[in-house]
Ligand binder design. Structure first.
Ligand code: ZN
Length: 186
């Protein structure tokens, strides 16, 4: 299920519009990356128009709920002056988490399209399959795997750079403490 190369992910057929909006979300994610945030972007679209957009920024905003999807949902709801976004689609570069899946249902989003999966905490196909539950009073259709390689690469590149930076910092800290002895008694 987590394997993006599996038939599961070859199955959905995406339209040209889908590709265009995922590219849009991908560019948003890149903006987050510039701020040192985990690069995830989301855009909400209805009738070919953007209602809301966002990228992940919990660090910058000091807000644990500031995921790309939540920021986009808030903006969209303000835009249409209605917390229900009936008939709208959301494009997000990464499989949503539990919080965001819940918010999509509350907002009555019609369709979710995501890029890559989130094996550790994804709540659509990876760790849990919340949207397959029938206890919600609204059904969000979903399809994953659009621009999967690009989205995956954007994230793995970010984490690799961050690991490298941490290694570098650790090395600098150690090299500050280790050396220098003046030979003893003073
Ligand atoms: Zn989330």
């Amino acid at each position: 299920m987590n394997n993006p190369d599996s038939a599961e992910y070859a199955a959905p057929v995406f339209s040209e519009q889908d590709k265009q909006w995922m590219e849009y979300a991908f560019q948003l994610a890149a903006q987050g990356k510039e701020l040192g945030e985990v690069p995830v972007g989301a855009v909400i679209v209805r009738d070919g128009k953007v209602l809301g957009e966002g990228f992940n920024q919990p660090i910058t905003r000091h807000d644990p709920t500031a995921h790309a999807e939540i920021i986009a949902l808030r903006q969209a709801a303000q835009q249409v002056q209605n917390y229900r976004l009936v008939g709208a689609s959301i494009y997000v570069t990464l499989e949503p988490c539990t919080m965001c899946v819940g918010a999509l249902v509350h907002a009555r989003i019609a369709r979710l399209v995501f890029g890559t999966t989130e094996p550790k905490a994804g709540a659509v196909v990876s760790k849990s399959q919340l949207l397959d539950n029938d206890y919600f009073n609204h059904r969000v259709s979903y399809a994953g795997g659009l621009m999967v390689r690009e989205c995956q690469h954007q994230l793995s590149e970010f984490f690799a750079a961050r690991r490298e930076q941490k290694r570098q910092e650790k090395w600098e800290r150690q090299s500050q403490v280790t050396p220098t002895s003046n030979g003893g008694d003073e």
